[in-house]
Design a protein around this ligand. Structure first.
Ligand code: CUA
Length: 313
């Protein structure tokens, strides 16, 4: 049975994953038993009751109480088992222990932002300690997304204007992939993140030291780091290629044609406005789909990104 699960699902890496897998196996195995049983019975009956001579006549059978009750009650019992099992597992998954470590998750088209209790923010990289319950309090800045980590058997919709939450306790150190499982536009399939499961100590260290503010770096390097951390490259290339948004290469100082027919210079003010209010001046030929970074990036960080874009000639 374990082989069967291993064949169909990724390795289970959270405390509640085993329960999901057991239910998954139960549904699959009972379906398999029934499909084999029903197919064999059908084949046997077709052979057993075949027409043997020209004057064979099918008898008239109006009903059979015992048979009809049997084939109604057995599926009913199975459905009740699957429902109560599924319900109890679901309730466990949405009821975090009270000592859970809380992380705020924000979904935006098309990235995941993680806010920690000490003010650290990471984009597309979720850091968590192992063997400790982690509660995710999630919301969306724009459309509906869905947070899915197959390794933890955790999936929950992420909605604008209200919070949803889910929790898990990772059982081993390593990395797992987060997928967005609600179609949310052009770059939906690129809306990925990585969960890094650290030992408790390493996690504390990460919280203390990194979060990677990069305040001590020269502006250009800090800008490059921020562009990576904030997943700008999902939509803006640095080599001239066209993605969801315009490329950064050669952009600095150029005249940007806008949707409304006007032109604007690609300068400090245009970059700043485009980061904080992306849909104010949209580059001609592109969709107005960038999320706002107001509240995510501060002025010094925006300065650094500007310095970095200047170097991409
Ligand atoms: Cu976000 Cu699909």
């Amino acid at each position: 049975m374990n082989r069967l699960i291993e064949y169909m699902l990724p390795p289970a890496k959270s405390t509640l994953a085993g329960e999901t897998d057991a239910l998954f196996a139960f549904i699959n195995i009972s379906s398999f038993i029934f499909i084999i049983g029903i197919t064999l019975t059908m084949l046997y009956f077709a052979w057993r009751y075949r027409r043997k001579s020209d004057d064979d006549v099918t008898p008239v059978i109006s009903h059979n109480n015992i048979l009809e009750i049997t084939w109604s009650v057995i599926p009913l019992i199975l459905v009740i088992i699957v429902f109560s099992w599924g319900y109890s597992t679901y309730m466990k998954k949405i009821s975090p222990p009270s000592d859970a470590y809380e992380v705020r998750v924000v979904g935006k088209s098309w990235l995941w932002e993680f806010h920690y209790d000490n003010g650290n923010v990471s984009v597309n990289e979720l850091h968590v300690p192992e063997n400790r319950p982690v509660k995710l309090i999630m919301s969306s800045d724009d459309v509906i997304h869905s947070f899915y980590v197959p390794d933890f058997r955790v999936k929950m919709d992420v909605l604008p204007n209200r919070y949803t939450s889910v929790w898990f306790e990772a059982t081993e150190q390593g990395e797992s992939t987060v997928y967005c499982t609600e179609y949310c536009g052009t770059a939906h399939s690129n809306m990925l993140a990585t969960v890094h499961v650290h030992s408790q100590e390493d996690f504390e260290d990460w919280l203390e030291t990194s979060g990677g503010s990069g305040e001590d770096l020269p502006p250009v390097e800090r800008g490059e780091m921020l562009v990576q951390q904030n997943a700008c490259m999902t939509c803006h290339s640095t080599d001239g290629s066209r993605l969801t948004g315009p490329t950064f290469q050669g952009a600095w100082g150029s005249d940007v044609p806008l949707e409304n027919g006007e032109t604007v210079q690609f300068d400090e003010n245009y970059v700043r406005e485009s980061i904080l209010e992306p849909n104010a001046k949209v580059h001609q030929g592109f969709q107005p789909v960038m999320p706002s970074y107001a509240g995510t990036l501060d002025d010094r960080q925006i300065d650094a990104i500007i310095e970095y874009i200047k170097t991409l000639q």
